[in-house]
Design a protein. Structure first.
Length: 360
């Protein structure tokens, strides 16, 4: 649960409080009027408005629509006393944009603008005095309808990508289960049968029992070797496996991968560290970048292996999480470095010295 004063709508932060700056004009008129009645009524209007305003960032649908109309009524009541109360109309129309789908929100915005026009028309102000608030309210309300739809589509896309990644994880777990069953099912059955046979032959034919036990030992060692090979494959410690998996996951998440990889000499530690860095970089692209393309390149330059992962997403240099911190720590262990830039997408550049080894 969020505290009552905390804005819940994602991506707004401190701007929720910055938008209250429009109340400056409201209090400015009260100051110019130099009337105790205007001051008292203006303060009461703000006291009623603020809880509704902050609550509006935690609600949606009909509840948010009710809050918008409550703010509108506050504006309609204070407007004859303080014309700067038209700012409450603008706050109300701003909330209407987030009350539902674009068609319904547009209908409610039109109704609210008509009600606003009626309120200001009944006042003895000049045309210019009430035309400006109407235009501003219409622009703010229409703009927020557009932004609300963009945010709704972005949320749907994010949920779809997360579902794709989760399905990929489930498919991988099922594959591992099938592989282990195929690998060990028959072997363990043979071990059980030979063990039972050796137990029965122990008294009657000790020589044959020893032979069966040696077969059990041999089969067990072979099975252990196969399991170790399988586990190494499941962990994807090899860079080729990591590259192949990165390509599959990017495609599943709707990001087009572009790979440009050279065959370079790496030892086991170097390969594991680069594979980890690649997995972490691709995970960040899928989760945060909202990218359409992801470019992955691997080069050998001046005796150093250079891995670059670049995307055309939203970019930026957000604070580093545990993934990037873990990447830096692993690279430090092999004298490697990582650089990150956030202009026109995000670019991650990983370099480490090549000590030689197997060709990746």
């Amino acid at each position: 649960m969020y505290p009552s004063w905390t804005p819940r709508r994602r991506g707004l932060g401190w701007t929720v409080y910055a938008w209250l700056v429009y109340l400056v004009f409201f209090f400015a008129y009260a100051a110019v009027a130099k009337s105790a009645q205007v001051w008292v009524l203006s303060l009461l209007a703000v006291a009623a408005f603020l809880p509704l305003y902050l609550r509006g960032f935690q609600e949606e649908g009909r509840r948010l629509l009710a809050i918008a109309w409550a703010i509108f009524i506050i504006g309609a009541l204070i407007y004859p006393i303080n014309p700067a109360g038209s700012c409450f109309f603008i706050y109300a129309t701003a909330f209407v944009g987030f009350t539902g789908r674009p068609r319904m929100a547009a209908i409610w915005l039109a109704v609210m603008l008509a009600a606003m026009w009626l309120v200001v028309w009944l006042m003895p102000w000049t045309y210019e005095a009430y035309a400006a608030p109407l235009v501003v309210a219409a622009v703010v309300g229409g703009t927020n309808i557009h932004f609300a739809e963009l945010r709704r589509k972005g949320d749907e896309l994010r949920v779809a990508k997360e579902a794709v990644v989760e399905m990929a994880r489930i498919a991988e777990r099922e594959r591992i289960g099938r592989d282990l069953h195929d690998l060990l099912g028959h072997t363990l059955s043979v071990i059980v049968l030979k063990s039972e046979l050796a137990s029965k032959l122990a008294d009657r034919d000790p020589v044959r029992a020893v032979t069966e036990i040696r077969d059990v030992e041999r089969i067990s060692r072979e099975a252990l070797s196969e399991v170790r090979k399988a586990v190494r494959g499941f962990r994807s410690e090899g860079l080729p496996d990591a590259l192949g998996n990165a390509e599959r996951v990017l495609v599943a998440a709707g990001v087009r991968p572009v790979l440009d990889v050279d065959a370079i000499e790496l030892d086991a530690d170097e390969e594991r560290v680069l594979a980890f860095a690649l997995r972490e970089a691709v995970t960040n692209v899928i989760r945060h970048a909202r990218a359409g393309h992801c470019w992955i390149s691997l080069r050998s330059k001046n005796g150093r292996a250079v891995l670059e992962v670049r995307d055309d997403g939203c970019g930026g240099l957000a604070p580093e999480g545990s993934g990037l911190s873990g990447m830096r720590e692993r690279l430090r262990q092999v004298a490697g470095t990582v650089e990150r830039t956030g202009q026109e997408g995000t670019r991650l550049l990983v370099t480490l010295p090549q000590r030689g080894g197997a060709q990746a």
